[in-house]
Design a protein around this ligand. Structure first.
Ligand SMILES: Nc1ncnc2c1ncn2[C@@H]1O[C@H](COP(=O)(O)OP(=O)(O)OP(=O)(O)O)[C@@H](O)[C@H]1O
Ligand SMILES: [Mg+2]
Length: 222
């Protein structure tokens, strides 16, 4: 059965799109077929994966098991042409519009990336309440752009407060994220191309996205 997952936070710039791209890459490595649906008018995901622009509803990427589309194209074909995918990942914009509510209801399960800043933390309650209001399930909250020297104490407090709602995986800050995006590649593909040794410190973020993919694939019950 196809599993539909949205990544959402009404706060902007918390790595929703970065996480979708790298999760798609990690999930396809396990042999599963992934469709990425860009629901944001910024179309960051769509332009990242785009290899050709044509009238097809679902477009290929450089990765055999990853396809992509936009929400507008997806609604035209939903359910009949998407059953071949194991996972459909929805990249949402940083706003709670009627369309975002509709997408959240369509997915049924939502993961929330957040940074450990004060404003980000303050906004989380509203996000989780809104997810529940749409009768969707909170799959989990995960930390992005974690910097140990700044965030370690806060992470512990956060874990104590959120308990099981906070996922085990923590995505570290890495300046190679921007480099990889500039090169138009998921982080692992970028490191592989650059022949960065796998045991190096910089691979921590790749390992983290792999761990996140595993947590998500295990945690889905819908
Ligand atoms: N782990 C990371 N380490 C360093 N930089 C990161 C990391 N994750 C994301 N970034 C950078 O942070 C910025 C915001 O990331 P991204 O666009 O994925 O966030 P977003 O939540 O999708 O934003 P928006 O709300 O605008 O859609 C980008 O410039 C991205 O390269
Ligand atoms: Mg985005």
């Amino acid at each position: 059965m196809t599993k539909k997952i949205a990544l959402y936070n009404h706060k902007g710039g918390v790595a929703k799109t970065t996480s979708i791209i790298n999760l798609a890459y990690s999930i396809q490595k396990t042999g599963k077929k992934v469709l990425v649906v860009d629901c944001d008018t910024q179309e960051n995901c769509f332009s990242f994966f785009m290899t050709a622009r044509n009238a097809d509803s679902i477009l290929p990427t450089d990765y055999e098991n990853v396809s992509h589309t936009t929400w507008a194209r997806y609604v035209e074909i939903a359910d009949k042409d998407t059953t071949a995918f194991d996972y459909i990942l929805f990249d949402l914009p940083p706003a709670m519009t009627d369309e975002v509510r509709q997408i959240i209801r369509h997915c049924g399960v939502v993961y929330v990336p957040t940074m450990l800043g004060e404003f980000e933390i303050q906004g989380l309650e509203k996000v989780t309440v809104e997810i529940a209001r749409q009768n969707a399930r909170l799959g989990g909250i995960f930390i992005t752009m974690y910097q140990k020297h700044n965030d370690a104490e806060l992470l512990q407090e956060f874990r104590n407060a959120l308990q099981a709602r906070l996922m085990q995986t923590v995505i570290p800050y890495s300046r190679t994220v921007r480099e990889s995006q500039k090169a138009g590649l998921p982080i692992e593909a970028y490191f592989t191309e650059k022949k960065v040794p796998r045991n190096g410190n910089s691979w921590k973020i790749v390992n983290a996205y792999e761990q996140l993919a595993t947590e998500i694939m295990k945690g889905i019950t819908v």
